[in-house]
Design a protein. Structure first.
Length: 426
């Protein structure tokens, strides 16, 4: 049962992350006049597709990612109609080709069989060849600007004329389109952290104000009440929950003096923390927890504060990695995400929400790293173009992207194998 729950949770969480990230690219591409030929959720073989407003929406077999296929971008590996390719053409009322079928998996109703000898589907928009196997007469057909092509796997997408390609948009529009994916991940993290606070019923505070969990606990028996502020432990000031918890954990089995601020007046309480085993260590506990801020204002702003605090922690971890303390254990791929999804699912709705926000923020930050093939690498190329006032040559940009793809594939293989060893072979 847990395995099924984990799989379903993994697919839902990964699906939300992919859809939200790719929708950022999709929305701003559309607004910039860039043709989005395909919006895919999942990778690999196509399971389902639907066309609407010039875009083909597909669901693919492997729930391990997704992509937005913008006309003329690196992801747009369009069908190449080489000489000798057999196709069938549908001619519309305008006398222009409206559909080109290059797939053996489907039949085009009233299609004209053609053996292609040449085509231009970007600039002058035409296709020519030998109709019905008649090699004595070469025929050329004009192609409609919004014509579609049924590719070899049976997916029908719109052709990509030059005026709607990615590079035809202004630099500012292209930069915003590249940034929109990570931006959406940050927005998602803020929204989900807010929902997480609602699910908890409040916002855990890092102040020295406490919540008494149980009236039979050490703290309750000593007279402590929810809302009290523990300002000192054995006369040593404690201003945050972290300082307070650390001080009490060191006092297991020892008589301890707590200075408590209640409604502006200091009181002294004496407790002896219980000894408890946690993660292989003996620590002291008195039965208190973080104070929960339950007002609506604190809950609404918590999405921003939690996102900011976690982002700072992630940047610190990244800096630690690049400053010479790198380990594959610091990274996690789909295997690690699946393993951690199991723990999150056991935490119920709040556990899954926290995990989703954490992953979304991670995805946004990692995608902004200036590595070729990631959004950050593309944004870096946009800035270089802005400084040079002209784009890099297509060959140079392709070479840089290939290096980035190779690096990411190698890293993915290493991380995945490391995750398998960590979670399943040890």
């Amino acid at each position: 049962m847990l395995l099924i729950t984990t799989i379903i949770t993994f697919i839902i969480v990964f699906g939300i992350l992919v859809i939200v990230h790719e929708f950022g690219h999709f929305y701003f591409a559309k607004k910039s006049g860039i043709l989005v030929r395909e919006f895919s959720v999942g990778m690999g073989p196509k399971l389902f597709y639907h066309r609407a407003n010039g875009t083909t929406y597909t669901i693919r077999l492997l729930p391990l990612g997704g992509y937005v296929r913008m006309a003329g971008s690196e992801e747009d590996e369009g069908e190449e109609l080489k000489p000798g390719t057999p196709v069938s053409l549908y001619i519309g009322e305008s006398g222009k080709v409206e559909r080109i079928n290059a797939s053996k998996k489907t039949t085009l109703f009233n299609g004209i069989p053609l053996e292609v000898s040449g085509s231009d589907l970007e600039n002058d928009l035409w296709i020519e060849g030998y109709e019905n196997g008649n090699e004595e007469e070469l025929k050329r057909y004009p192609v409609d600007h919004d014509a579609t092509i049924i590719e070899s796997d049976g997916t029908e997408v719109q052709i990509a004329p030059k005026d709607v390609q990615f590079q035809s948009a202004s630099l500012g529009h292209r930069l915003m389109t590249n940034f929109a994916g990570p931006m959406n991940n940050f927005i998602l993290a803020i929204v989900v952290f807010t929902l997480f606070s609602f699910a908890l019923g409040g916002v855990p505070s890092n102040s020295n104000q406490v919540k008494v969990e149980d009236q039979t606990s050490v703290a309750a028996k000593a007279g402590m009440k929810t809302g009290d502020k523990v300002v000192a432990v054995n006369n040593k000031a404690t201003k945050t929950w972290t300082q307070l918890a650390t001080a009490i954990q060191k006092q297991g089995g020892k008589q301890t003096k707590l200075t408590v601020d209640r409604s502006g007046k200091d009181q002294t309480l004496t407790v002896t923390p219980k000894k408890v085993k946690e993660s292989g260590q003996t620590v002291g506990v008195i039965g208190i927890n973080r104070y929960m801020k339950t007002d609506i204002g604190s809950i609404l702003i918590s999405g921003f504060t939690q996102t900011w605090n976690m982002a700072m922690a992630l940047f610190a971890a990244l800096w630690n990695m690049v400053s010479g303390h790198f380990s594959l254990n610091d990274l996690g791929g789909p295997v690690a995400i699946f393993a951690n999804t199991s723990q999150a699912a056991q935490g119920g709705v709040s556990g899954v929400l926290y995990f989703l926000a954490f992953l979304s923020l991670n995805l946004g930050i990692v995608n902004l790293l200036p590595i070729p093939a990631l959004d950050g690498g593309k944004i870096l190329l946009n800035f270089i173009e802005g400084i040079r006032r002209k784009p890099l040559s297509q060959n140079v940009e392709t070479a840089i992207t290939l290096v980035g793809v190779g690096f990411l594939l190698l890293l993915m293989v290493l991380v995945t194998w490391n995750d398998i060893e960590r979670y399943f072979l040890n």
